[in-house]
Every structure is written in C-alpha cells, then in structure tokens.
Design a protein around this ligand. Structure first.
Ligand code: NDP
Ligand code: KPL
Length: 349
C-alpha cells in the first residue's frame, strides 16, 4: 500500500457530467491528477478549469483549475485510471489504453470502471487485469462543457463482483475520500443491481422528457414510474440479490409501497424523490446531446433478460423498453406526453 494516497498519479478519462464532478473534488487534493477528454470539453477545461455547483446553489459555483492532457501519451504513467465514459465508449477507449500502455504496464495500473449497470463487467476484463468498479449514487449534468451541476456530493461505492483485489478497492476508496465520500463495499454486486433498479426510470423519464416538458398527467406518471421500479425490485430479488443502500435512493420498501398503496398516501414521498432528479444520464444522451448511442440495453435490456430467466413478469418494463428502442433510434427524437406513452404502452403490452 502506498505511503500516501496524495502521491498517487491519477488519470481521469471522460470529463462529462460525472467525470467533471470527480475532477472538481479530487484535482485540488492530488498533485498528479490529470484529465483526458476530447473536443469542446477538453478545450473548455484546459482553458477555464471545471466549474461545479450543488443543485439549487448555482450562485455558489466553484471553479477548480485542472491539469489536462490531450492524449494518453502526454500523461505521466498513472497509478490509477478512472474511466468516466458511458458503456458504449468503453471498448474503444480500453483498446486505446491497452495500445498505449501495453499488457505488462497495465499489470501495475488500477483501472476503475465508473458506469451504470454491470455491462462494464463484460467489457473491461478483456483489457485490464487490475479492475475496480464504482457506483455513482447522485445525478450530475452539464450546463455546458466544463460546467457541471450535481444533486449531491457523492457517495461513491467501490468494489469488485467477487470481492477480489481488496487492496486496490481500499486504495481507490481512500483516494476518493480525500475529496468526496466513498465507501468500499463487500456487497458490490448487490449494490450495483440495487442502483440499476432506479436506472430503469431513465428510459421512461427520457421518453416523456422529464425536465424538458411539463408532466401532463401526474398520476399516470407516478403509476408508470412506480411500477417500473417495483418490477425491478421483484427481478433483482428473484435473481438472488439483496437490497443494498446506495446514497439516498429510495428503499425497496418505499418502492413497493409506492406501487401497491393508493397514490394519495404515497404522493408526497414520491414527489420528493422525483424532485431530486434533474436530467438523467440517458436524457443527456438522447435529448441534450441528440445522440442515438445510449445505455438502454445495458440497463433495461439486462434486467429484462434476468426477468425472463427467473420467470418474473415485467409488463411495464417490457413495454417501455420496446417504445424507447424505437423512439431513441429515430433521427430526431422528440419527447412525448405521459398520456401518449400510456396509450402506446397499451399497444405494446
Ligand atoms: N450523469 C449522471 O447523472 C450519472 C451518470 N452515471 C453513469 O456514469 C457514466 C458516465 O456518465 P456521464 O458522465 O453522464 O457521461 P458523459 O457522456 O457526460 O461523459 C463522458 C465523457 O467522456 C468523453 N469520452 C468518451 N470517449 C472518450 C475517449 N475515448 N477519450 C476521451 N474522452 C472520451 C465524452 O466525450 P464525447 O461527448 O465527445 O463523446 C464525454 O465528455 C455512465 O455509465 C452513466 O450511466 C451514473 C449515475 C449518474
Ligand atoms: C441519477 C440517476 C440515479 C438517475 O436514474 C442515474 O444514475 C442516471 O442519471 O444515470
């Protein structure tokens, strides 16, 4: 274990929403902290650093100077590489890292996958021997390149699916704890799947444009969102995973109550939880950036496969998944009303 966590050379790749928050929190604590991104994002951070603010506190935006590199070769050899890109960028990026450092050097570099879902566990082991995974429990969004808002300052949860590499898990957790709350978990897979249940909502809230248009039908909105997550709880439970606390995401008890009890009893708690959500990472891809790349298959597709495998009925998730697949692949995506989603779900069930 190194004498001081502050001496670690850390390279963060991908200073989008999540990466920019990490840069803002860790760069001031580590002498050798470097950020690699591309295009406008790299230029903005190189010139102006990262500006970050807590939700509802934009007036208290903080600016953090950050060292940038334009290529992997420019960076001094890192002890830790933080991969803060979406799952769909992982293969290309990992191959580039392998090409530059080579297999031998990568035996000494701890690579950290910070993605939603567990698709990264299929991709990253093809390239890296020393892998740690991280769960992000808060929402973060970019107002413009290098300017990031966040719903909460952490926590991050680190671990490995089989509890291997505990020294590396502790190292990464300690480095993060220099600037933001981080937890090393021995129940990483339970935590990752617990978090994925909440990510099931990304699809629907993108389809109906939460944050971009009014919620035209609050009770249908609550019904769909509650059923999506309740089905998620049933799927994850049936697959043998246990509930794990991830930041302040709703408990399985609250999720189940919201799906089963009359809305007049649950609306207050439901609305409080919805208010925490600003723009999901999926909506940032599809609506904010007009991309067709997305994490729908890695999240909704993955949990629906588990549902089939363990014979759990998931009609809401099946319908939303089909609708989103169709809608997100259109050349120009436009969110539709909740009522329209509901009508189309009836046709897709
Ligand atoms: N945003 C959020 O609130 C949350 C996100 N997550 C998860 O965290 C992960 C990261 O999400 P997020 O921060 O939103 O993603 P973003 O898309 O905002 O950021 C990714 C950044 O990486 C850059 N990038 C991609 N490939 C490369 C490459 N080869 N070299 C250099 N830079 C590259 C992208 O550039 P370009 O845009 O040019 O491709 C972009 O700037 C995802 O798995 C997401 O699901 C989890 C919880 C919350
Ligand atoms: C913030 C949150 C929890 C929303 O589902 C998320 O993980 C995301 O945006 O991807």
């Amino acid at each position: 274990m190194p004498a001081s966590f502050k001496q670690q050379t850390v390279l963060l790749v991908g200073a989008g929403a999540v990466g920019a928050t990490i840069a803002a929190w860790l760069a001031p604590k580590l002498k050798n902290f470097y950020v690699l991104d591309q295009g406008e994002t790299l230029k903005a951070i190189e010139e102006k650093g990262v500006s970050s603010y807590l939700q509802h506190h934009k007036q208290a935006t903080e600016n953090t100077p950050v060292k940038t590199v334009a290529s992997l070769k420019e960076c001094p050899k890192p002890d830790i590489i933080l991969l803060c890109v979406k799952n769909y960028s992982l293969d290309g990026l990992s191959q580039a890292i392998l090409d530059v450092y080579g297999e031998q050097a990568l035996k000494d570099i701890v690579v950290v996958g910070l993605q939603n879902g567990v698709e990264n566990q299929q991709i990253l082991p093809k390239y890296f021997p020393k892998l740690v995974y991280g769960i992000i429990s808060f929402n973060a969004w970019l107002d413009e390149p290098g300017v990031v808002g966040y719903q909460a300052k952490g926590p991050f949860i680190f671990g490995t699916p089989d509890n291997s590499l505990q020294t590396e898990v502790e190292l990464v957790t300690s480095v993060f704890n220099l600037g933001v709350e981080a937890i090393a978990s021995r129940h990483f897979q339970d935590a990752a799947l617990s978090k994925m249940i909440i990510n099931l909502t990304n699809s629907f809230t993108t389809l109906m444009g939460l944050g971009y248009r009014e919620i035209d039908h609050p009770s249908l909105f609550q019904k769909i969102l509650s059923q999506l997550t309740y089905e998620g709880v049933k799927i994850v439970k049936a697959s043998g995973h246990k509930e794990c606390k991830v930041g302040d995401i709703p408990s399985w008890f609250i999720i189940s109550a919201s799906a089963k009890l009359p809305q007049f009893l649950t609306r207050k708690v439901f609305n409080k939880n919805v208010k925490k959500m600003v723009v999901s990472s999926m909506a940032q891809d599809i609506i904010q950036n007009g991309r067709s790349d997305n994490e729908l298959d890695g999240i909704n597709g993955y949990l629906l496969e588990l549902a089939d495998k363990f014979n759990v009925e998931a009609p809401y998730n099946k319908a939303i998944y089909r609708l989103c697949r169709q809608a997100f692949s259109q050349e120009k995506f436009e969110p539709i009303s909740v009522e329209e989603v509901w009508q189309q779900m009836a046709l897709n069930r």
